[in-house]
Design a binder for this molecule. Structure first.
Ligand SMILES: C[S@@+](CC[C@H](N)C(=O)[O-])C[C@H]1O[C@@H](n2cnc3c(N)ncnc32)[C@H](O)[C@@H]1O
Ligand SMILES: CC(C)=CCC/C(C)=C/COP(=O)(O)OP(=O)(O)O
Ligand SMILES: [Mg+2]
Length: 293
């Protein structure tokens, strides 16, 4: 039961100043974002994601491209693959019970937070730089009557209000490319319980390729982000008491999503960079799950 006193009025109530001019740019970017490829997919079932998909495309479900309903089916299929990606991340959070707290660092519009609460029955705390995103996520939580468990706030994920050792598991879903990894993992390590779990799904450049390819540079420019190398993730985790437990190369699993998206009416222009960099091996889509030791 939610009352005036326990509900979260808006994420704008006490907005901390962004720590850097770069963070101001990122907050502005996400406050202004309203791409149909994200909103129309979210409208399918009310889970709004800002990450990409994994898994095989169900061509039987899509049917004949000449059919009048085909485009609608493509939207539903892309959304299904994005939700499958979030479920896969949550498969790696370890045991989580209703009394636990999870942290979604860089939570976007909050689709993953709703999924995590439905799956585990626990509290889910999200942080984003964007007031618009936090208000959107809190609005969805209120509509779903889960605002007593699911809360987004405007907050720098490198400097959160969560108490030391208070969090059972935490994640970054496609949000690590906006921050210094040592600062980020230091903060997760601080608020995670010893024995807790950290998971990220991210795009990283592949040290085996040598240096960031032109496609990786294009993705950075498109999103105003700074993609790290796979090596940097492992080094920064090791330096912050996060010991990798599972590493999965999801590159072959995300390519079908991109190939389908490239044929849809919702293309944004970045599809070629993802497809070419995944194919030439310069860029990888990975899950890393680590134990906080
Ligand atoms: C690509 S979106 C991913 C959203 C979400 N994880 C999802 O899967 O839908 C990147 C998110 O990272 C957030 N972000 C970037 N830098 C941040 C920072 N320093 N502190 C908090 N959030 C940050 C942005 O505000 C945005 O919500
Ligand atoms: C894997 C990498 C490098 C991700 C960069 C971060 C990012 C912008 C993710 C998707 O957001 P989105 O869902 O808003 O993007 P789009 O509009 O392209 O779907
Ligand atoms: Mg998207």
């Amino acid at each position: 039961m939610t009352t005036e006193t326990t509900s979260i009025p808006t994420a704008t109530a006490k907005i901390p100043a962004p720590a850097t001019p770069y963070q101001e740019d990122i907050a502005r970017y996400w406050n202004n974002e309203a791409r149909p490829v994200n909103l129309r997919l979210g409208d399918v079932d009310g889970l709004y994601h800002h990450h990409y998909g994994i898994g095989a495309v169900d061509h039987a479900a899509l049917g004949d491209p000449a059919h009048s309903e085909y485009e609608k089916k493509v939207v539903a299929e892309l959304h299904r693959l994005e939700s499958a990606q979030a479920e896969f991340l949550m498969d790696h959070l370890g045991p989580v019970g209703p009394g636990d707290t999870l942290v979604d660092a860089g939570c976007g519009r909050g689709g993953s937070m709703v999924m995590a609460h439905r799956r585990f029955g626990c509290r889910v705390e999200g942080v984003t730089l964007s007031t618009g995103q936090a208000d959107f996520g809190n609005g969805r939580a209120r509509e779903l009557r889960i605002d007593d468990h699911v809360r987004s706030r405007v907050c720098n994920m490198l400097d959160t209000p969560f108490d030391k050792g208070s969090v059972t598991a935490s994640w970054n879903n496609e949000s690590t490319m906006y921050v210094d990894l040592h600062d980020l993992f230091g903060e997760h390590s601080r608020f995670l319980k010893v024995g807790g779990r950290y998971v990220t799904i991210t795009g990283c450049w592949n040290p085996r390729y040598g240096q960031p390819s032109k496609w990786v540079s294009q993705i950075n420019a498109h999103f105003e982000c700074n993609i790290h190398s796979r090596r940097e993730y492992l080094r920064a985790m090791a330096d912050n008491r996060l010991v990798p437990h599972t590493i999965v190369d999801l590159t072959p699993d995300t390519l079908p999503y991109w190939e389908l998206r490239a044929t849809s009416s919702l293309v944004t222009g970045i599809e070629e960079a993802f497809i070419e960099s995944y194919r030439d091996g310069s860029f990888q889509y990975v899950l890393i799950a680590a134990d906080r030791v």
